[in-house]
Design a protein around this ligand. Structure first.
Ligand SMILES: NC(=O)c1ccc[n+]([C@@H]2O[C@H](COP(=O)([O-])OP(=O)(O)OC[C@H]3O[C@@H](n4cnc5c(N)ncnc54)[C@H](O)[C@@H]3O)[C@@H](O)[C@H]2O)c1
Ligand SMILES: [Zn+2]
Length: 314
């Protein structure tokens, strides 16, 4: 896509990922507006110092029709990063901020015939269930969610849905069946489906980027969702062992936030991803146990992580 004027709206642009997208776009010569309500769960200390001085900052809520309508004025590309995250019990809030907020934003663009040229939405690896796996007998399989009873009994393996053998995890392709196993994940599924469907109906190009676990500077210490590296660092710096869920052998694809920002810029400036949901990650699996050791080594402390059999449903 050839963008002459390059004006972006970054919702959630005060947060971890959004703020790095803002910085990158400004370096690339874009005009940037941020819409962010400074959600206290992420921003316990108020407005963060890293909000780029060249960006126009609008403090407002994506749930608010007039705020969103005004924020969308004179914009070419929307980077929709604002979302409520965490493993919190507020079911209705997830749906309001994430699902409703996205639906309303799309409706405003359509109903007011705003000349938006592209909408990118932040989706998540959370749209998958356990992810793809490999069975020594059945090859590539899509395991069901591990039942809580199995985990309570201390078995954290992902078993083959056909023969029950333990599997090993393999990269999860975009076509892998998923659906979301937490309320947060359900709303991420909503967001990407709403955006991609609306794109088909309106003809406006859209991309859903399924980010893997993202880390980097500006990561909130208060938001329990954006957690593991920040939490392990905090424990280790206080002389405490990191506490791993499950047995610590579960793997994650950890991706540096500036790479996530770069993926957004690429997706915004090519038409090859239009209409698609796309994984964004490092392509490398790291076990939580290895991660704890890598962080300890980097911090120069020799404290081993501990696993107490705790786990989180979903
Ligand atoms: N961090 C990760 O590992 C990860 C992984 C997958 C997907 N994502 C998605 O990426 C996006 C950005 O996540 P992040 O890690 O930067 O989180 P973050 O909490 O650092 O940033 C989110 C920003 O959105 C803002 N926000 C929240 N509710 C809002 C509302 N109602 N109105 C306006 N602004 C609101 C917050 O104030 C915050 O600045 C989210 O959509 C998240 O679901 C993140
Ligand atoms: Zn099998």
């Amino acid at each position: 896509m050839d963008i002459e004027r390059k004006r972006a709206l970054v919702t959630g642009g005060a947060g971890l990922i959004g703020s790095h997208i803002v910085d990158l776009l400004i370096r690339e010569g874009w005009q940037v507006r941020i819409l962010d309500n400074l959600e206290p769960q992420t921003h316990k200390n108020g407005r963060p110092a890293w909000i780029h001085p060249s960006a126009e900052f609008v403090q407002g809520n994506v749930q608010d029709y007039e705020t969103v309508r005004a924020a969308l004025t004179d914009i070419d590309v929307v980077f929709h990063e604002a979302a409520y995250g965490g493993y919190m019990p507020e079911m209705a809030k997830y749906v309001l901020v994430n699902s409703f907020g996205t639906a309303q934003l799309l409706e405003i663009i359509r109903d007011h015939k705003l000349p938006i040229r592209k909408v990118l939405v932040a989706s998540s690896q959370a749209v998958y269930s356990e992810g793809a796996a490999e069975c020594s007998v059945h090859g590539a399989v899509v395991p069901l969610l591990r039942p809580a009873e199995q985990m309570r009994a201390g078995d954290f393996q992902v078993h083959c849905p056909h023969c029950g053998r333990p599997t090993s995890s393999i990269p999860t392709a975009e076509g892998t069946p998923g659906g979301g196993e937490t309320v947060y994940a359900l709303t991420k599924v909503d967001q990407e489906r709403l955006v991609l469907l609306w794109g088909k109906q309106t003809g406006i190009p859209t991309v859903a980027l399924r980010y893997s676990c993202t880390y980097g500077p500006r990561q909130s210490l208060f938001n329990p969702y954006t957690g593991v590296i920040a939490i392990f660092c905090t424990r280790l710096l206080n002389g405490q062992p990191p506490i791993m869920y499950e047995d610590g052998e579960q793997t994650r694809d950890l991706c540096f936030v500036e790479d996530i920002a770069q993926a957004n810029l690429l997706a915004a400036t090519t038409d090859t991803l239009d209409g698609l949901a796309v994984n964004v990650g490092s392509g490398r699996a790291t076990s939580v146990r290895d991660l704890a050791r890598i962080i300890a080594e980097q911090l120069g402390v020799s404290i081993e992580p501990i696993a107490r059999g705790e786990f989180r449903p979903g």
